[in-house]
Ligand binder design. Structure first.
Ligand SMILES: O=C(O)CCC(=O)C(=O)O
Ligand SMILES: [Fe+2]
Length: 345
């Protein structure tokens, strides 16, 4: 951790070394779990070190992603999301996503678990299930994205064991109840330098919370991510070698608000194009969302747990994770969803 020390001066969120979660050492695991518990209750955001993801892989992914976004718009549109249909994959242009009702100043690529046309869920026409779209001009992207998703999913699964321990549940609790067949979505975002036509009030990503269990975010050196804390908005600047981790609405729902799904937003003021790489490690599409068993520590839920950034009553949600996700997706991509998604709750 020493080499990090100098980088941490402007960082107020905790950095948690999760390496003990990859071992059998119960004392080390308990210590990590205690730190996770504190972070999830305080802000729902922390950095993870010791995640096991190859820095070389991330470096290559960054280089190749820049090459993709530098293509002319019409070449990027060759894999536009509309062509991914139900699977919800491919490219969207700046202004194409409305995270909190207004167009975001970002473009991006959507990926997910690769499912063949013969997979029963694809055959049955399930939304958000299917094959990824890959750009012909940047062939290296496929192997890099696939490798990054594999490594980051492994880190997320280990981290979820730490979260289970932090809730007095057995380490495998979430795996056996919620993530045996997880919903894994991965995105690459490019936040361009705002041009003269961009209103000063516009956001790269508007204020929102994430939908599922865990988000693991790699960001390049430019920064711009802000997190809402009880004492106001704070920056979550890049810390080399770490990822930002935050918990989503479903962990908030499962813990009755004891763990926070915290609003965040992005504005790129670096003067250069910014890349970020969020991976969402979420429950099975079919998993029913209800409160955790009683032994999960969740006794002193404060009032803030019921007052949400979007006015929604998260604790009242009942249904599967798929229901929840489709409801969200149809709001952030209204145009696309009207054609391809079944009516969501
Ligand atoms: O780009 C970032 O730093 C954050 C992206 C984000 O919040 C999201 O994709 O949910
Ligand atoms: Fe987010």
């Amino acid at each position: 951790m020493n080499e990090l020390a100098g980088q941490l001066e402007n960082v107020t969120l905790p950095v948690i070394d999760m390496a003990p979660l990859f071992t059998e050492r119960s004392d080390g695991r308990a210590e990590v779990a205690a730190r996770i518990q504190l972070a999830c209750r305080e802000s729902g955001f922390f950095y993870i070190a010791g995640h096991g993801i190859s820095p070389q892989l991330l470096e290559n992914l960054e280089r190749v992603s820049h090459a993709f976004f530098a293509l002319p718009l019409e070449r990027k549109m060759a894999i536009a999301m509309a062509k991914g249909g139900h699977a919800w994959r491919g490219f969207f242009a700046v202004g194409g996503e409305l995270t909190s009702g207004e167009p975001d100043i970002k473009e991006g690529l959507y990926f997910g678990s690769e499912l063949a046309a013969t997979h029963p869920r694809v055959q049955a026409g399930w939304p958000l299930h299917g094959a990824n779209l890959w750009p012909a001009e940047v062939p290296e992207l496929q192997e890099l994205v696939t490798g990054y998703m594999t490594e980051t999913t492994r880190a997320a699964a280990a981290l979820l064991e730490g979260i289970a321990l932090s809730l007095n549940l057995e380490a495998g609790y979430f795996r056996s109840h919620y993530t045996a067949d997880p919903t894994v979505l991965f995105r690459i975002f490019h936040y361009p330098v705002p041009d003269k036509a961009t209103p000063a009030s516009a956001w790269g990503v508007g204020e929102h919370t994430d939908y599922g269990l865990l988000t693991l975010l790699a960001q390049d050196r430019h920064g711009g991510l802000q997190v809402k804390t009880p004492s106001g908005w704070i920056d979550a600047p890049p810390v080399p070698g770490t990822l930002v981790c935050n918990i989503g609405d479903m962990l908030d729902r499962l813990t009755g608000g004891w763990f926070r799904s915290t609003p965040h937003r992005v504005r790129n003021v670096s003067g250069q194009g910014r890349l970020s790489f969020p991976l969402f490690f979420d429950p099975d599409f079919t998993a029913e969302m209800r409160a955790l068993p009683k032994q999960a520590a969740q006794s002193d839920v404060g009032e803030s747990s019921t007052v949400r950034w979007d006015g929604a009553d998260l604790q009242a949600f009942e249904g599967t994770y798929g229901d929840y996700l489709l409801g969200k997706v149809s709001k952030v991509f209204p145009e696309l969803s009207s054609g391809v998604l079944p009516k969501a709750k």
